[in-house]
Design a protein around this ligand. Structure first.
Ligand code: GDP
Ligand code: IMO
Ligand code: MG
Length: 426
């Protein structure tokens, strides 16, 4: 058996939560492998909207084991609130949730460090979610961080104080003082709660499940263009958001990787700073933002909007070995007479290319192809064969450029607004 992986091909918020929830019934386990509370994964069904940050999106299916893998950075405070919300909605999440003892712990002081570091960057700030992601991964790689398993040790408080002292000095380096008394109390309450849950060596759980023929879906967070190596550095997150991240973030050998679902919007969005070649800084961008309700699920910030960008999609597909594509939110483009697709870039040197240059920032001009809009509310369509011709042409156009079949077309936020598509020859 294999581990299938679903991951974002753009700058996050592609609709990963929705599709994991849609695919979940055919799996036995859903596992998060990186990121943390910077993620906001939205699921809608039976008239209710749920936003998950650290808990895998398989949690609403009682037969599924949900795993928070070792590659995740876990904030116990955010986690306890998330668990409470689920309980309030009648979901007994604790029953089917397994947390890696090797997952990194986000401390209240990591969030302060995130903030002071961003403040120090001034206009060059990354636009971080301020959830402490960067500082926590820095401590992990720097080999000084705390892990979930540490909370079971008798000297946890001492280990905590040692790291806190280090953070205090770092905050002072930025000319500020560390004042986290209130959050500290909340943190220790949340840690006490965490101790009552299933904290295990999830690499064994996952590999045993694999050996027993169970089906596993790995749920990516963020998107490929936010990957720490291949994303638009330095405007990225601090983890490996790509397929390789699932191997290290769960303890899965590469030979077990199966299908790779690459998910993208029919247009493109980005939250935070950094280059975005097809960004629309005009009323068209605003129209997409309003129609797509493009406001962050984690921070509420307005998302920057633009046309779909094939060079970045090709790049993400190549690096992840995507086997199936999922196109999301095409319903948002209903009102457009013309829909644009960026096929190439014109670089400052005049060169025309469909490859990503080292820096996307300077003097890049997107070259667009214009396709007729479909002017039909796709949300009302229930069968793939009822899709309007203009939209089918849009799908085929993108598919033929990307050379990977689009097997799922999502036409609304609800679980039911999902059309499965036989792979056409591409
Ligand atoms: P994720 O981080 O990749 O899980 O995506 P988010 O949940 O942050 O953002 C996706 C947003 O689009 C959420 O509000 C979803 O409810 C919504 N959504 C997902 N698929 C569709 C779709 O096909 N059409 C529309 N209109 N909204 C969608
Ligand atoms: P999901 O899983 C969209 C962005 C932030 C910022 C940069 C670094 O919901 O798709 P960080 O807090 O990680 O240090 O922020 O990455 N970012 C996301 N953008 N969706 C996300 O997650 C994101 N997680 C981080 O806005 O630009
Ligand atoms: Mg999101």
């Amino acid at each position: 058996m294999a581990v299938d992986i679903l991951l974002g091909l753009q700058w996050g918020d592609e609709g990963k939560g929705k599709i994991v929830d849609v695919l979940a019934p055919t799996y036995d386990m859903v596992a998060r492998f990186q990121g943390g509370p910077n993620a906001g994964h939205t699921l809608e069904f039976e008239g209710t909207k749920h936003v998950l940050h650290q808990i895998p999106s398989g949690i609403f299916h009682p037969h599924i084991q949900n795993v928070i893998g070792n590659g995740v950075v876990l904030d116990p405070i955010v986690f306890q609130i998330e668990m409470q919300k689920l309980q309030d909605r009648g979901v007994d999440a604790a029953k089917n949730l397994f947390i890696s003892k090797k997952a990194a712990l986000i401390l209240p002081s990591h969030k302060v460090l995130d903030r002071v570091s961003e403040e120090a960057l001034g206009s060059g700030k990354i636009g971080s979610t301020l959830k402490g992601i960067g500082p926590t991964y820095q401590d992990k790689i720097g080999r000084v961080g705390l892990r979930v398993g540490d909370i079971l040790e008798a000297d946890f408080k001492e280990r905590y104080s040692k790291l806190l002292n280090r953070h205090r000095k770092m905050v002072e380096f930025y000319g500020q003082t560390l004042d986290i008394n209130e959050q500290e109390q909340q943190f220790f309450e949340a840690v006490a709660y965490l101790r009552t849950l299933k904290l295990v060596d999830t690499e064994y759980l996952i590999n045993e499940a694999l050996q027993n023929g169970k089906r596993i879906l790995a749920e990516g967070a963020q998107g490929s263009l936010l990957d720490v190596d291949f994303g638009t550095y330095p405007f990225v997150t601090s983890s490996t958001t790509m397929v390789a991240g699932a191997c290290t973030g769960l303890g899965v050998a590469p030979k077990y990787i199966g299908e790779v679902y690459g998910i993208f919007k029919a247009y493109c969005t980005r939250v935070g700073s950094g280059p975005f070649p097809t960004e629309l800084l005009n009323e068209e961008g605003e129209a997409i933002r309003q129609a797509g309700r493009e406001f962050g699920s984690t921070t509420g910030r307005p998302r920057r909007c633009g046309w779909v960008d094939l060079p970045t999609l090709k790049y993400s597909i190549m690096l992840n070995g995507v086997t199936q594509l999922n196109m999301m939110k095409a319903d948002v483009l209903t009102d457009f007479d013309v829909v644009k697709v960026c096929t190439h870039y014109k670089l400052a040197s005049g060169e025309i290319t469909d490859q990503l240059p080292h820096s996307l920032e300077e003097g890049i001009e997107p070259i667009f192809e214009e396709l007729p809009g479909w002017k039909v509310d796709l949300n009302k369509i229930e069968a793939i064969e009822d899709l309007p011709e203009a939209f089918r042409n849009y799908l085929s156009y993108i598919e033929s450029h990307l050379n990977v079949p689009i097997t799922i077309v999502s036409v609304g936020p609800d679980r039911k607004s999902t059309l499965k598509r036989e792979a056409e020859k591409v």
